[in-house]
Design a protein around this ligand. Structure first.
Ligand SMILES: *Cc1c(COP(=O)(O)O)cnc(C)c1O
Length: 540
């Protein structure tokens, strides 16, 4: 990459959520964490990038555990006046036949490139609720939110006088920005076909979930009723992405290049969308993390200098133990192995796989040889996800000294667990985990990954050298068969390799921590990711 970035394309990055700081509740999970790290990387490495997002009044749910051991949701109104600057600009978007004013805020407070946030909670707006809750709803309300992000976002850029060469949609939520780009061109006299081709040339797209239900779609009638067509006819919407109109398909057809978020995900995504003709190529760009946010510099320095890693690690482990004590009143043993597992609560991540044969795991938990720290949030409307969290809470009551569930998973908890655990456990049903950045945070902190070969891990894993692989990339359409296979593989490596190495071979453990840090610090940093975005997406 050239030193001078003056000639690089100027990028506007659109995302529904940004995980920039724990005080700023504008994120739900991995998508937002990626966007937050990207914006910080853009600032740190001086790229001509601005972000477009939404100022969520209530953010995502705060999810606590009730007396009955079940998660419940709670929302409050946030005030971000300390972080944000009023640009003085308001743009208008017509939604469901009504004019919606969107105020534009600027946020640069967290070491990030400029992020412009749209806000409908302004006096005189009947539709102030639109920017109320992140992912609060699925139907018309979601479309309204996406119209604010996409259409409002492009109009904000115009009003601010920010010139843009490339529009980057992080996930399909931003697709209506592409409709607005087309509308502008049709207003200037282009035909639908011409506007499509010209807009496509300015747009790149990052696709995420390999879970088909995770890819949002809407009946064309609903898009028309909401005014999301921006002047296009129903037949034209169908040509873009079918009926129901699939937002991911639309983004794949309205972009010049797309990317998946890990190499394996590149294969999965190409397979998943191979029946879609006229779509952009999907290249693979593995996610990277912003070290300044997630990684303890003392660990990086000690690893670089070949110094002892246990002392700085123990400091992080104690910080996690303190956090657990403060939040849950449980005192974990710093001498004993701590395994961390923090996730959105969704079935494919299989948070409770490790408990599925109690006769195998129970003796280790009773003896305290294995201590498990969990955290997780489910989508407020996802009862299955909540049942998973409730089951983990039940386990923490069954093994009160060895199993902990930290309620209301957030960036603070995420950072503490990926710094202070000894092992990071990851056992999704392959190949459902697109990337998984938590494992990267862990590995650079010398927290050893114990993971199935999914997401980013096949690229990094050197088994028994810098972490461990669970099983051999087994996949099956029969869920029971897959779970049986992976559970046995997990027990095998956990009980025959991880536990003995931790207790009986500290020298090897330290060597592995060293290898974990050194083998991942550059390859999975946001710097490499940004370079690849420029090489493979923005300038390609
Ligand atoms: C890092 C992080 C994520 C991303 O997690 P993955 O499950 O690895 O994708 C999500 N939420 C929080 C709070 C995080 O810190």
């Amino acid at each position: 990459m050239a030193d001078s970035k003056g000639t690089l394309p100027r990028v506007a990055y659109f995302c529904m959520e940004y995980g920039l700081d724990n005080r700023f509740k504008a994120y739900a999970g991995g998508l937002g964490i990626l966007a937050g790290d990207y914006m910080k990387g853009a600032k740190q490495y001086d790229y001509p990038i601005v972000g477009i997002g939404i100022k969520w009044k209530q953010g995502y749910t705060d999810q606590f555990i009730g007396e009955d051991g079940k998660p419940y949701d709670s929302y409050r109104n946030y005030n971000y006046d300390d972080f944000m600057e009023d640009t003085g600009i308001t743009v208008n978007v017509e939604i469901r036949g009504r004019n919606v004013a969107c105020k534009v805020w600027k946020l640069e407070a967290f070491g990030n490139a400029p992020l412009y946030l749209l806000d409908t909670d302004v006096p005189g707006n009947e539709d102030g609720w639109i920017t109320g809750q992140l992912y609060g709803w699925f139907g018309e309300e979601r479309i309204a939110q996406e119209l604010v992000l996409g259409v409002g976002g492009v109009r904000a850029l115009r009003s601010l006088g920010i010139e843009v060469d490339v529009y980057h949609f992080n996930e399909g939520h931003a697709l209506f920005a592409g409709f607005e780009l087309m509308r502008e061109k049709m207003e200037d006299g282009m035909t639908f076909e011409e506007a499509w081709a010209a807009s496509k040339n300015e747009i790149v797209f990052t696709t995420h979930t390999p879970v088909i239900q995770g890819n949002e779609s809407h009946p064309v009638d609903r898009l028309m009723y909401m005014g999301a067509n921006l002047g296009m006819k129903p037949s034209q919407l169908r040509r873009l992405a079918g009926d129901p109109f699939n937002m991911t398909v639309g983004a794949l057809r309205l972009s010049k290049k797309s990317n998946a978020v890990a190499q394996l995900h590149g294969e999965t995504a190409n397979q998943m969308w191979k029946h879609i003709h006229d779509r952009s190529d999907i290249v693979a760009i593995t996610n990277g993390i912003h070290q300044g946010t997630w990684v303890d510099q003392a660990m990086l320095d000690a690893a670089e200098a070949g110094k002892d890693l246990w002392e700085p690690h123990l400091k992080n482990k104690r910080a996690l133990i303190d956090l657990v004590k403060r939040k849950n009143g449980v005192t974990l043993d710093e001498e004993k192995l701590i395994i961390g597992f923090a996730r959105r609560s969704v079935p494919y991540k299989r948070s409770d796989l490790i408990f599925s044969k109690p006769e195998v795991i129970e003796p280790y938990l009773k003896e305290g040889k294995i201590q498990l720290v969990f955290s997780g949030r489910a989508h407020p409307l996802d009862d299955t996800g909540k049942a998973i969290a409730a089951n983990l809470v039940r386990m923490s009551k069954l093994y009160p000294n060895a199993v902990v569930f930290l309620e209301n998973y957030d960036m603070e908890i995420g950072a503490a667990i990926t710094r202070g655990s000894d092992v990071w456990l990851n056992n999704p049903r392959r190949p459902k985990e697109a990337s998984g950045t938590s494992g990267m945070k862990a590995s650079m902190n010398g927290v050893l990954n114990l993971s199935v070969l999914d997401g980013w891990w096949p690229e990094a894993c050197q088994d028994s050298v810098n972490g461990w692989q669970i099983g051999n990339a087994f996949e099956s359409d029969n869920l029971e068969e897959q779970d049986d296979n992976d559970r046995e593989a997990l027990y095998d490596v956990l009980l025959n390799k991880v536990v003995p190495t931790y207790y009986d071979n500290r020298k090897k453990w330290l060597k592995m921590m060293h290898a974990s840090i050194q083998s991942t610090r550059d390859a999975f940093g946001v710097k490499r990711m940004l370079e690849e975005y420029y090489d493979l997406l923005y300038t390609a």
